[in-house]
Design a protein around this ligand. Structure first.
Ligand SMILES: [Zn+2]
Length: 335
């Protein structure tokens, strides 16, 4: 008996595959998420916050400069959360072991563990595996102006009473930070989904609470799952999702920080509206059915023993796939 079982009346019958297929088979699970900052994270490249100029809403001609959270800024911390757990239960090993099960993000991919198989990897010429987890740039619901704050970090270097010399402040450097309670709308897609890959990715999303640069300057972020969509194709983009929420909330410029309950409620409402125009067959779980689904996964992932078993089951699944597909392909190459 698998540790995590999803009742047949909760999701459509063939939502989950029994094993990871070699070729795509049109089974998609989408996690519809609203990410909320809880401190002062920085999502940047080259020292400036990532931004994008886009239309404010779907029904508006006004443009708006939004904060952008690039793909890797979302997926890397979530992958590292899962990897930490795999090491904790000895599925992958730490640097002291030299076996084949040593796996280190972007350093050495073992090609068999749940992280390598579900999220994919590329090791130069010696092989690669496409990610089955799709994440795209997500955008802040509110504009850049009301969603960031500039701090000078002269205080860090202050040896005396520099605060009396306000004029020299800029020479000490300034840094834009995203402020707390800024909301990013994000869809996470799991392709060719199995119960294990779904639960593995969901667990990572629920547990990851720090985003931003990997070592320093991370900030707290909390993920609110507003829906789970099982479909035979891709659904709406993060940008559309953001713009629809913006329309649903009305004029948000003077309402920061946004009310969390209102944002989540609006995100839920627009999810079911947007899905109707996505030209796919789908089942949306929200409200009570979503809570039931989340409850089933959480009851396994928040119990130490069950979590251990679950990760082993996921690992058995990815190992089997790796042998059947990844290693076969790399053997062929060698010949
Ligand atoms: Zn691995």
């Amino acid at each position: 008996m698998p540790i995590i079982e999803i009742p047949k009346d909760l999701v459509p019958e063939d939502s989950f595959l029994n094993r990871i297929p070699k070729a795509p088979t049109g089974r998609y699970a989408h996690l519809v998420v609203v990410r909320e900052t809880e401190s002062f994270p920085i999502f940047q490249t080259d020292g400036t916050l990532n931004i994008a100029k886009v239309s404010a809403g779907l029904q508006s001609n006004n443009s708006l400069i939004r904060l952008a959270m690039f793909k890797r800024k979302q997926s890397s911390p979530e992958r590292l959360t899962g990897r930490e757990l795999l090491r904790r239960v000895n599925i992958t090993q730490n640097e002291d072991s030299n076996g084949d099960d040593y796996c280190d993000y972007n350093e050495q991919f073992c090609t068999t563990c749940p992280d390598c198989v579900y999220y994919g990897f590329a090791i130069g010429d010696s092989g690669s595996e496409k990610s089955k987890v799709y994440v795209d740039t997500s955008y802040s619901i509110t504009g850049y102006d009301e969603s960031h704050q500039q701090f000078s970090f002269n205080a860090l270097y202050e040896k005396g009473n520099m605060s009396q010399h306000g004029g020299v402040r800029s020479s000490f450097g300034e840094q834009d930070h995203i402020v707390p309670q800024v909301f990013f709308a994000s869809v996470i897609t799991i392709k060719d989904v199995t119960v294990n890959s779904f639960a593995y990715v969901l667990n990572n999303v629920l547990r990851t609470k720090r985003y931003g640069a990997q070592t320093t300057r991370t900030g707290r972020l909390s993920n609110h799952i507003v829906g789970a969509v099982f479909a035979d194709g891709e659904i709406f983009s993060n940008l559309k999702f953001t713009q629809a929420i913006h329309d649903g909330l009305g004029d948000v410029k003077n309402e920061t920080p946004l009310n969390r309950a209102k944002v989540v409620q609006t995100a839920q409402t627009v999810t079911s509206q947007l899905l109707q125009n996505d030209d796919v067959n789908y089942r949306l779980l929200d409200g009570e059915s979503l809570q039931q689904l989340l409850g089933i996964v959480k009851s396994a992932t928040t119990d130490e023993e069950k979590l251990h078993h679950f990760l082993q089951e996921a690992n058995a699944e990815t190992q089997e796939y790796s042998e059947r597909v990844i290693q076969k392909a790399s053997n062929k190459k060698k010949k």
